[in-house]
Design a protein around this ligand. Structure first.
Ligand code: PEP
Length: 253
């Protein structure tokens, strides 16, 4: 049985006061949602402030990125240990905005995933195809390549701890959501890839989130799919009511 997981990716939004207020509003009402895991991923400069607003409650704290090296002359970067030090439990890795705007490769994502796991963080590893790749019938191939390369070299015990987010690039921030059937198809493919590389038992334990224009109005149907274990939510996670309504949709499964 996989526990539903709803994570909010705040991206490069909000100021410090707004971040604290939003985290506080979510934390105050998270108790009503005891059957799922909730997390928020603020900009890294607000991690400490948001961590304080979550104040040891059930809502997990996550970062949006990190660097794979442990320490040293890497100006502007943040290590996994630093995130742990700030109270992070999760880190989003390989988000499509990092892949496509900042040029991050599968190999870089893989190094980050391994470093995050070694530090005790749960990576939320993102995969997803571009619109032209979907239209060319290449979705399966793209997802397989990203899975193979971004999640290479993980022993069973580490793969179990990974959360995968399927985020079709054409659905992120566009208001164009994948149909529940499109999401389910890719999630099932991902589970088959895990099963082929590891085993079926392990594949059944890994949580696979859908991300891409999820909002309260479409969440319940997406989350009712057999292999959709939760959501990675961007824009709609910036409003406490909307984010909590999405989470409530997951609880109805
Ligand atoms: C995201 O940033 O991971 C995302 C899915 O964004 P949005 O929900 O805004 O499409």
């Amino acid at each position: 049985m996989r526990r539903p997981f709803i994570a909010g990716n705040w991206k490069m939004n909000l100021n410090r006061r707004e971040a604290a207020t939003l985290a506080g509003s979510i934390a105050r009402r998270a108790g009503e949602l005891a059957h799922l895991d909730l997390a928020v991923c603020p900009p890294s400069v607000y991690l400490e402030t948001v961590g304080a607003a979550l104040s040891g409650g059930p809502v997990g704290l996550g970062a949006q990125n990190m660097y794979h090296e442990a320490a040293g002359a890497f100006t502007g970067e943040i290590s996994a240990a630093m995130l742990v030090d700030l109270g992070c439990r999760y880190v989003i890795l390989g988000h499509s905005e990092r892949r496509h705007i900042l040029g991050e490769t599968d190999e870089q994502v893989n190094r980050k995933v391994l470093a995050a796991l070694a530090a005790g963080l749960t990576p939320i590893a993102c995969v997803g195809e571009l619109l032209e790749e979907r239209e060319a019938g290449q979705t399966g191939e793209v997802i397989r390549r990203q899975f193979d390369r971004s999640l290479a070299g993980l022993p069973d015990e580490q793969m179990r701890r990974v959360v995968i987010a399927y985020e079709p690039v054409w659905a992120i921030g566009t208001g164009k959501v994948a149909t529940p059937q499109q999401a389910q198809e890719v999630h099932l493919d991902l589970r088959k890839l895990i099963s082929a590389r590891y085993n079926q038992g392990l594949a059944q334990t890994v949580r696979i989130l859908y991300g891409g224009s999820v909002k309260a109005a479409n969440a319940a149907e997406l989350l009712s799919q057999a292999d959709v274990d939760g959501a990675l939510v961007g824009g709609a996670s910036l409003k406490a009511d909307e984010f909590l309504a999405i989470a409530a949709g997951a609880q109805r499964n």
